[in-house]
Design a protein around this ligand. Sequence first.
Ligand SMILES: Cc1cc2nc3c(=O)[nH]c(=O)nc-3n(C[C@H](O)[C@H](O)[C@H](O)COP(=O)(O)O)c2cc1C
Length: 467
Amino acid sequence: MAGIMLSLSDIQTHRVEGDCWIAIHGNVYDVSSFLNSHPGGKAILLQHAGTDATRAFQDVHPAEMLDEYLTSGQLLGQLESASQDLRDDGQPEHIPAPPMGTILSIAEMESLALNRLSPKALAYYASGTDDEITKLANGAIFKSILLRPRVFVDCTKCSLSTTILGNIVGLPIFISPAAMAKLANPSGEIGIAAACSKFNALQIISKNASVSVADIVRAGPHAVFAWQLYVLKDIKATERTLAQIKAIPQIKFIVLTLDAPFPGKREADERYKAEEVAGGGVSQVWGTESGLTWRKALTWLSAHTDLPIVLKGIQTHEDAYAATMFPAVKGIVISNHGGRALDTANTPMQVLLEIGKFCPQVFDQVEVLIDGGIKRGTDVVKALALGARGVGLGRAALYGLAVGGEEGVHRSLQILAEEAATAMRLIGVSSVSDLRPQHVNTSILNAQLYDGPSGLDAVGSSLMAKL
Ligand SMILES: Cc1cc2nc3c(=O)[nH]c(=O)nc-3n(C[C@H](O)[C@H](O)[C@H](O)COP(=O)(O)O)c2cc1C
């Protein structure tokens, strides 16, 4: 109840399941009934129960998130003196970074970042699931695709600009949604937006961004923005957020992530959390709705947004084909969440080739974006040649942010853009729209491609029956 003043000693006795109070930004909340629906799990809330958790909260969440998830009935009053819990909850140590121009590759950026990130951020950002087979394969597969340069082509002028879902962008490289960017740098997603603005690049803002969407888009006047959605178990909260997004004209499309209906087993992250929550195992609570299906989810989403819908986390040609059967769906992102969902899943490049083999018409019907393992400009060029419209960066952008804030993200984009332009010139192509499958040799991968039945008739008839 607003107006009631509470002291730290009033709240510190309420620190168990069933009786759990937390102070954030000067307000005291009873979060007992929210414990089981906290998307990050209840353990972290219980860890901060009975304290002023402002510092831990603001390291990973925007203030607006409180209104989204908590109701006025859960507000108990105000904290008398907002004496903050000043434990270090994840901000990186201040280690001086080298001048950005001296960093020459994404691999170098990554190794600098891994030395700077706090243990919490390192565990969260770098981890993949299980044995990290997919995380590593995502990047390794590019080495098996060879380029086929043509000569006697004047590429003195070379342009990387293109369009993504009708939006003009300066680069075919975009920023994939990644949660909690403030763990890398206090500027968080604002630093990413400011860097994208300099390239007129696309940033897909995560549903779990650590800064409010309004602040992010304000920081990138020349960037293009999309917003990524996880449908929460609390569907009404998701609808409230969609209504807020509707009021932000800079958001050009909605990216619905589908590859993580259940949490993958990321052991480095689980280990860190288990140590953080003294003596306790980490329960696998997941706030994301796991019962979504094609027709139900897309009908619901279309009723709550007029924006084009892009489906992220497509990992088979069958699902790429299925996406084309829904007029509201204008694009797909082939992605396995950077190897953070199902380990030993196909790499995105294999899925791209699979679509080319079984249902190439998909490329004409929806825009195909891709992410996972991008570290070189040649990786970008190979994906574009095989039909991708844009190529996303997850960790490469986060690592840039960790090393140099906005400037670091700028440098990551610049390195990849320059490498991609060089590769295009050397292939004999001066515009991304001229890249073709003939520019790559993928024959080494033939034995690694899915060679079962196409299954498209079954997809068609099962979805038609439901439409
Ligand atoms: C730390 C981290 C957080 C992520 N958070 C999200 C997220 O909130 N939503 C989402 O759709 N994907 C998320 N992803 C997946 C990325 O969007 C992207 O698919 C993946 O990182 C691409 O692989 P890469 O890191 O090898 O570039 C996250 C990835 C990482 C590494």
